[in-house]
Design a protein around this ligand. Structure first.
Ligand code: BG6
Length: 478
């Protein structure tokens, strides 16, 4: 879909996120022809660079992080024609007039705050003061959006002094993932699933986001956050919302976000016995969590598993199990909707227990799998087996199908188009903190330390018990 010419300013343009995600995403959109008609990217940061020196930063980011072969030198140089740089002080007035002079006041202008949240207020204020906040201005803010309800409310209030809610795009990159969006297409575009999508037919739902990496390189941030703040309050909460929400009347921002908010508000408080936190141990050649953060007394969790309940008519009695962690045995993200047993087996007890499971795989191979029960082929009588009806997007639609597009590409283009559907509204973020805050407060009050788990495992054994005690089990992390 074509977009009108735009100006996109990246604050923190020399930082890690800009190099790894934002600049490569813009480059790929450039390759796709979405930066025609004079769209511009303006890097802004404190470093005193000239345009040529910033181009060097962009060149190296493209060389390193665009890995699909599109980064040939001629295309990179053509992209650089659109890229400019301004040295700027977020906390002072240096550079702001120069930035304002480079921006076309009639165009869509997006300001990407790829900086720590402590600078959000300063940036918002100066954009306003230098006349860049009005009209078609939009700001994009990254997580962490606060570290609890109070700080999130303060951030929302600060931004609201200078920008309307419809100008604020709070990014959660999970919402830009192809399969996550497909979740809505599957639920609301098919007749097949929605009638079964409730506690009468769904036994439970499992959400797993397992990573093999540790926290090396981001120790400082991570040790102050932990898995609950880093992954559950935002990404996993968003997945849960999309799975649990009622059908919005339209696929448009306020309708979708209203429904998500209702889910968050319907979540019961998590009981202490329904949550397990862990911390990875060293293995043969790699340090453990405590060595990584250099603090033997750290009680930050690198793993969390919990049982949640959405208390409403649709979901009463269907538990939602969530788990996420670092240094686990494989990198997998999936949501498994496990349906109940058929009410009566006409095949007798020996046929065993068979369940339909709809698995939505976010990573590594995006796709959807539906486990169905069939007769085992052959003359051996009526023996039942489970087989997958499997759809890998890349296989079904081809690698060029756009499935490989990065979440950031999609989300940045949504900002330019002015579509907030896949961004979090201020009240959603606050409601999510209101749910996580008491969990963290409980850990602190009880002085609870995380349980150790082996690197390369599925997390602490106690996390397995969380489901076993309900007569259920986690799916294999593979
Ligand atoms: C980030 C978290 O938001 O998401 C990281 O801060 C995590 O800790 C990452 O590794 C996971 O994203 P993805 O897209 O690789 O699953």
């Amino acid at each position: 879909i074509p977009v009108d010419p735009f100006d996109l300013v990246i604050f923190g343009a020399t930082g890690d996120l800009a190099r790894r995600k934002i600049l490569p995403a813009l480059f790929r959109r450039f390759c796709a022809g979405q930066m025609e008609g004079g769209s511009r990217v303006i890097g802004a940061a404190r470093s005193d660079l000239d345009r040529a020196a910033f181009h060097e930063v962009v060149r190296s980011a493209i060389a390193e992080f665009v890995t699909d072969g599109r980064n040939d030198p001629a295309t990179t140089e053509a992209f650089l024609e659109t890229v400019d740089y301004v040295t700027l002080d977020a906390r002072g007035d240096t550079g702001w007039d120069a930035l304002a002079a480079r921006i076309d006041p009639d165009r869509v202008r997006a300001f990407y705050f790829s900086v720590g949240p402590s600078l959000f207020g300063d940036l918002a204020l100066r954009l306003h003061r230098h006349g860049m906040a009005a009209g078609k201005a939009r700001i994009v803010v990254e997580k962490p959006f606060g570290r609890d309800l109070a700080t999130a409310q303060a951030l929302n209030a600060t931004l609201a002094q200078h920008f309307r809610e419809d100008q604020i795009y709070r990014i959660d990159h999970y919402l830009g993932k192809e399969t996550v969006q497909n979740l809505m297409a599957i639920r609301f575009g098919n007749m097949l699933f929605e009638p079964l999508w409730n506690s009468q037919y769904v036994d439970h739902i499992q959400f797993t986001v397992a990573e093999t990496v540790g926290v090396a390189g981001r120790e400082e941030y991570y040790d102050r956050a932990g898995a609950l703040r880093d992954m559950v309050q935002n990404h996993m909460m968003q997945l849960l919302c999309l799975i649990a929400m009622e059908p919005p009347a339209k696929f448009e921002p306020s309708a979708v976000r209203d429904e998500k908010l209702k889910v968050i508000r319907a979540l019961d408080p998590v009981k202490p016995q329904d949550i397990v936190r862990g911390q990875y141990l060293p293995d043969d050649d790699k340090p453990g969590y405590l060595e990584h953060v250099g603090d033997p007394t750290s009680t930050t969790e690198s793993f969390v598993a919990l049982r949640a309940h959405v208390s409403n008519w649709r979901w009463a009695g269907t538990p939602f199990y969530l788990r996420t962690g670092k240094r686990l045995k494989a990198r997998t993200s999936e949501i498994a909707v496990v349906f109940k047993d058929a009410p009566h087996s006409i095949f007798g007890a020996e046929a065993g227990r068979h369940r339909n499971i709809l698995t939505i795989v976010l990573q590594p191979n995006e796709g959807i799998e539906l486990g169905v029960t069939i007769k085992e082929p052959g003359p051996g009588g009526m023996r039942l087996i489970d087989v997958p009806l499997d759809m890998s997007f890349a296989e079904a639609l081809g690698p060029e199908s756009g499935m490989v597009a990065d979440a950031y590409e999609r989300l940045i283009m949504d900002v330019v188009r002015g579509n907030q559907t896949l961004f979090m509204r201020g009240d959603e973020v606050e409601a999510a903190w209101a749910w996580t805050d008491p969990i963290i407060a409980g850990w602190e009050e009880r002085g609870e330390a995380p349980l150790p788990y082996d690197s390369g495992s599925s997390g602490p054994v106690e996390a397995l018990a969380l489901m076993h005690k309900d007569g259920r089990r986690w799916r294999e992390i593979r």
